[in-house]
Design a protein around this ligand. Structure first.
Ligand code: ADE
Length: 425
C-alpha cells in the first residue's frame, strides 16, 4: 500500500487568511455547545486513536469544529470540500495553520480539482469516511476496491448521499457499514428544515438584496428542506407556491396553507424559484420560456443539476455577472432570467450555510457515529444503519440543557399506563 497523506500537505487559497478564519471559527463555537461537550469527552477518552479519517464536507466554521473534535478524539483527520463553491477560504487556512489539519479545498475550484481532492483524500487510506453527498464513497467503490478491506465504515450527512447509498446497496455494491446521519431526528428535523430554510433565504438576500415581501416564491420539493424554505419565505411575506411529485407531500403543503400546482403553471407566476428536490432538471427550457422577465432561479439541493443551466446557456444571447453570485441570462425574446450561485447550493455559495446552532446537532451526530463505528468495528454487516435512538436522544437532551429548557418526565402511573394494553375506556 502507498503512504498516507502527511500533515504538511494541503491545498488552500491563502494561508494569510488564517487569523480571520480562526476568529470566525471561535465565534461559531459559541453556538455549538453539544459538539463542544463531545469534544471535551473525546479529548479525555481518545475513542478514535489510530483511526485515519477523511471528511468530505462543506468547509465552514461549523465543519471546523467537527474536524477539531475528531482530532481531539485521536483521529488522523483530513478534510476536503464537498462542493466547489462552498469552501470558506479563511476557515480552510486556519485549520491548516492553527489546528494542523490537512485541508484540500479552495472556493471556486473547478470540477477537475474537486475530483482530484477526492482522490487525494482516498490516498490517506481512510478507516472512516464522513461523506456529504456520497462522492468519496462512490469513488472508493468505483476506483479503490483494494482499500475497502481497510474501511471500518462511512457516515453520510445528506439526503442525496443516502439515496445514492441505498441504490449502491440495492446493486450489491455496498460492502461496509454506512451510518445514516441525515435521518437522525436531531439532524433532519432541524438542519434540513430550519437550517436550509434560513440559510437559503440568507443566500438569496446576500446575493441580490431583493425584498421578499410580496414576491411569489416557487419552492420545488416539499421534503424537510422545502418545508423550511416555504415556511421562512412565508414568514418574510412572500406568496409561496409549492410544486411536488409526491401526492402526500403535496397534501401537506396544501394544508400548510401554500398553493400547490405543477411547475408548468408555477413557471409563469414566480418571481423567485428555489429547487430542493434532489432530482435533475426540475426547471427546464419550457419553464424558462414562460417565466417573467427578471425571474430569479436558485437551488438549495445538494447537486447543481436541478436547474437545466446548460439549456439556458445555449438559449441565451448574453450572460453577464450583475452582482457576486448573480448572473443575468438574456434570451432572444429580450427577456432576462437571473441565475443565483451558478445553480449550486445558494446557501453555501452566497451565504455561510446553515447556522452553527443547527450544525451543532448535525455534527454531534457525525462525531458520535464515528465513535459508534469504531466501537462496533467488525460487528456490523454491510448496510445502511440508523443512528441509534440513544445517541439521537442524548444529543437532544444536551441541546435542551444548553438552551436552558427543562421538560417533563413520565410519572410512574403514566409509565405503567403507556406500557400496558389492558386499560382502555
Ligand atoms: N451544510 C449546510 N450548512 C452547512 C454548514 N454551515 N457547515 C457544513 N455543512 C453544511
Amino acid at each position: 500500500m502507498t503512504a498516507t497523506v502527511s500533515k504538511s500537505q494541503y491545498e488552500v487559497k491563502d494561508l494569510s487568511l488564517a487569523p480571520k478564519g480562526k476568529q470566525r471559527i471561535e465565534w461559531a463555537g459559541r453556538e455549538m455547545p453539544v459538539l463542544r461537550q463531545i469534544q471535551e469527552r473525546f479529548a479525555q477518552e481518545k475513542p478514535l486513536a489510530g483511526i485515519r479519517l477523511i471528511a468530505c464536507c462543506h468547509v465552514t466554521t461549523e465543519t471546523a469544529h467537527l474536524a477539531i473534535a475528531l482530532q481531539a478524539a485521536g483521529a488522523d483527520a483530513l478534510l476536503i470540500a464537498s462542493n466547489p463553491l462552498s469552501t470558506q477560504d479563511d476557515v480552510a487556512a486556519s485549520l491548516v495553520q492553527d489546528y494542523g489539519i490537512p485541508v484540500f479545498a479552495i472556493k471556486g475550484e473547478d470540477n477537475a480539482t474537486y475530483h482530484r481532492h477526492v482522490r487525494i483524500a482516498l490516498d490517506h487510506r481512510p478507516h472512516i469516511i464522513i461523506d456529504d453527498g456520497g462522492d468519496v464513497t462512490v469513488t472508493l467503490v468505483q476506483e479503490r476496491q483494494e482499500q475497502i478491506s481497510e474501511i471500518i465504515g462511512t457516515t453520510e450527512e445528506t439526503t442525496t448521499g443516502i439515496v445514492r447509498l441505498a441504490a449502491m446497496f440495492k446493486d450489491g455494491m455496498l460492502s461496509f457499514p454506512a451510518m445514516n446521519v441525515n435521518d437522525a431526528d436531531t439532524k433532519h428535523f432541524f438542519d434540513n428544515r430550519y437550517g436550509t430554510g434560513q440559510s437559503t433565504l440568507d443566500g438569496v438576500i446576500r446575493a441580490t438584496n431583493v425584498l421578499l415581501a410580496g414576491k411569489s416564491v416557487v419552492v420545488a420539493g416539499y421534503g424537510w428542506c422545502g418545508k423550511g424554505v416555504a415556511m421562512r419565505a412565508h414568514g418574510l411575506g412572500s406568496n409561496v407556491i409549492v410544486t411536488e411529485i409526491n401526492p402526500v407531500r403535496a397534501i401537506e403543503a396544501a394544508m400548510d396553507g401554500f398553493k400547490v400546482m405543477t411547475m408548468d403553471k408555477a413557471a409563469a407566476l414566480g418571481d423567485l424559484f428555489v429547487t430542493v428536490t434532489g432530482n435533475k432538471h426540475v426547471i427546464r427550457p419550457e419553464h424558462f420560456e414562460v417565466m417573467k422577465d427578471g425571474a430569479m432561479v436558485c437551488n438549495s439541493g445538494h447537486f447543481d443539476i436541478e436547474i437545466d443551466l446548460k439549456s439556458l446557456g445555449e438559449a441565451a444571447t448574453e450572460v453577464k455577472e450583475v452582482r457576486n453570485f448573480t448572473q443575468e441570462y438574456r434570451l432572444p425574446s429580450g427577456k432576462s432570467i437571473i441565475v443565483l450561485g451558478e445553480g449550486r447550493l445558494i446557501n453555501l455559495a452566497a451565504a455561510e450555510g446553515h447556522p452553527s446552532a443547527v450544525m451543532d446537532m448535525s455534527f454531534a451526530n457525525q462525531a458520535l457515529a464515528c465513535e459508534y463505528l469504531v466501537k462496533n468495528k467488525g460487528k456490523l454487516e454491510p448496510g445502511i444503519y440508523s443512528i441509534p435512538t440513544e445517541i439521537d436522544q442524548e444529543i437532544a437532551r444536551l441541546k435542551l440543557q444548553a438552551m436552558g429548557i427543562e421538560i417533563d418526565s413520565l410519572t410512574s402511573e403514566q409509565q405503567e399506563y403507556i406500557n400496558s394494553w389492558n386499560s382502555g375506556t
